[in-house]
Design a protein around this ligand. Sequence first.
Ligand code: DGJ
Length: 813
Amino acid sequence: MIIRKDNIFLLQTKNCSYFMQVLPSGHIEHIHYGMSILSERQYEELLKNGNTEILADMAKVLEIKHKNEGGNMVVYAPEYYPMCLEVMPLEMSGFGKGDIREPMVELTFKDGSTTCDFLFENAVISDEITALETLPSSYDDKDKGAVADLQSGATVPAYMADHAMQLVITLKEKSKDVRLKMIYKVYPDCNTITRSSKLINDSKEDVRIDRLLSNQLDFQQTGFKLTSFHGRWADEMGETSSVCNAGKVVNEELAAGESGSRSNPFTMLSMPDTTETAGDCFGFNLVYSGNHYSALSSNGTFLSRFVSGIQPTGFEWLLNPGESFEAPEAVMTYSKKGFGGMSRSMHDFVRKHIVRGEWRDKERPILINNWEATYFNFNQSSLLRIAKEASKAGVELFVLDDGWFGARNDDHAGLGDWVVNTKKLPDGLKGLAEKINALGMKFGLWVEPEMVNENSDLFRKHPEWAVRIPGRDHSVGRTQMILDMSRKEVQDYIIDALSKVFGSANISYIKWDMNRIFSDRFSLELPAERMKEFQHRYYIGLYRVMKTLTTNFPHILFEGCSAGGNRFDLGILSYFPQIWASDDTDAVCRMDIQRGYSYGYPVNTQGAHVSAVPNHQTLHTVPLETRFSVAAFGCFGYELNLGELADEQKKQVADQVEFYKQWRKVFQFGDFYRLDKYRFMVVSKDKSAAVALIFQKESRPNNDYLALKTMGLADDKVYEVANRQVGVNIKAFGSLINTMAPIHVKQDGIIHGIIARHYKMNGEKDEAIATGSMLNGCGVRLNPDYGGTGYGEDTRMFRTNDARLYVFAEVTE
Ligand code: DGJ
């Protein structure tokens, strides 16, 4: 809901409010963002009768009481004495009129002056959510189905009668004919408000944009904790926090040119005592894939400011008369129910208002990818062997990764030449796809369209398309160069080449990779004074290509990838419903990586696969059940040579596939809870079913105390709880076999092997029936772990790095 009383605006969602007013000077005071200032009853009444009188009283309570000129501050203007912008909480700030804090906008005018003073001109509220023209943005399809309707049975709360709305406030620079549009979109069902800004040059002179951020939030308090997620290739999303009492805390991608594993754009603000379930928590993100910047600064006493948008370092944009420039959309959500509450709102927002197209609400297929099984060393027969084995296990999609095109036998050649290598695949993509389809599976393919190798036909034909500075050495990454996506002809080439590939066979899935960061930024088409526009223009071009291809091939499920999770962001998710989360497939590392993503991104956006052991990135050996349990909390698949598994493991895989299909809806569309650092849970929207994961980080003997305390179950529903039973191989007991065996058995010897083949242990079975309130409040006490003194049918084999899944099904009779 968005309502206006004269110059006061309230943006309201299910349980948060965003409140602002236009001051007599024309500046916009930011009055409040955070917990709802309306009671549930007031919200309902406002929806019904639209009586907005109440806003004026509320503004009186919360507006800043600034009655005297402050010490050595600059007074804005005599007619508004004693207004000092330095202490005003503002919706946007520029340089030069006394607000000396971090600005949202920095402009340089023709005469070299940098002062800008944007004042209110008009505001338009509408029921239509409009799209940005040059960049991806959130949308609303007016279908409450995906999120709200699933809460069937509940009394319909006010927010469900509400709908998405948009507010556009236009500001005009006081003495220049330059306008700034601030666009707010309100999504009540998922507590999310977005903001973006657009600068329009209506004057007759050029204006240089030095920065145009998307979001500015002023708080009348300090001491927030900023949490952001950092890492590197194969080690993404490490959680890091800093409290900002004074000065500045920044989360930025400075120059990599992609949103990045080094610093994901998702950022949280909370109070130091906020927990998973209680306390203020704000979640922020950007619908953008390039260099980004988010900063929390504070004057050390009463004020904090959070800003976010395109990274200003290395950025400039020349705005000619009549032109406009759009900043990316910034996303904000708030919860007073801690990190968990914030995450679930963000997940609903991403699933319903960012991800789009046919695959948004569809169950994602279980896939097998050949990368870690073969790397570049494959041919049609070896691929089909893997596919046959996968199809026997019930896998639904076969994905052919890197190496199927051009002279691509390793990572030194071929990128850019999107023509099938018939030496490896004599029947072409069409023939291979037909054979895969005949096995009952869909066929998918890997591409890396933004790149070119020097050793490729494309580079030999169009060396000018590669990003490099004429006359200077350039640096490569993974021996490849980046194509200049800011050029229309390059975009058109990629659209054309990929359309031919996508149309050449029955292709149901595409993995779109991008394996290096930027260096030597330059475009032959840009004049010197516009060279700092390159990085942003690259993304405008890339988004055009992504939009065209996803629109023209709506049935294809696209998965983003950038050497794993190096470009995991809402810009990519606006076109591709899922992203390969990390090149690290070790389940132990993945627990941390996927937990990191879970703060800002839903489970069904994160690609996660079961791979071989020892793991190829860590040489770590983790049980198959653990690899499965962790990957099940993602877009699930396998990435190993299934044919090379022992028969017992093949059976386990088939069993995992069957289990996942049974619970897939809950995994992919349920509400996600972090029960603790090593326990996840998903609960279906109607709360009739749930799955929980317990991961054993480190086993200790003599542990009878394990309990599973849930979150999110319906208090008054009754659930049947059961563990996923996992067979135990007797070899896991090592030489302890001799405490039972009548003869001495040599560990790992022939007899040990024979016993292991014939003597099967089913593993423990935990079962219980309990109400949701009991499970949420006390939990269920589980069977004891193996603890060094004995083993029976009720003992859980729970070694370091073991994992167990528990399912909850509502008992309806
Ligand atoms: C990096 C990706 O993250 C991997 O999964 C794989 O597709 C390789 N690129 C292929 O080159």
